[in-house]
Design a protein around this ligand. Structure first.
Ligand code: ZN
Length: 93
């Protein structure tokens, strides 16, 4: 099991995104990546952080927003979709 490199959610095989040729892409979930493309190519890092913060708080209503934001704002920018360090890897694929 891994996690989606766009939204950070844990994913198992059933959740994998798909490449252009229909094969599974284990780097991204099916919500973020389908047929070789991001489902929401225009979403920004900030929007993703806000969205995941809200999702976390919805699952745990005692979680303070500052705490939830601290987690998402640390975790999500390190994911491959958002981390410039990984961008070169994709160009060489
Ligand atoms: Zn995802």
């Amino acid at each position: 099991m891994g996690f989606c490199n766009s939204c950070g959610r844990p994913i198992v095989k059933e959740d994998y995104g798909t490449n252009k040729d229909g094969s599974l892409n284990d780097e991204f979930c099916c919500d973020c990546y389908q047929n070789g493309e991001y489902t929401e190519p225009d979403i920004t890092l900030e929007e993703m952080i806000v969205r995941k913060t809200k999702e976390m708080m919805a699952k745990n209503d005692r979680l303070p927003e500052t705490h939830a934001t601290a987690i998402t704002a640390t975790f999500i920018p390190g994911l491959k979709r958002w981390n410039p360090e990984f961008q070169d890897d994709y160009k060489t694929l």
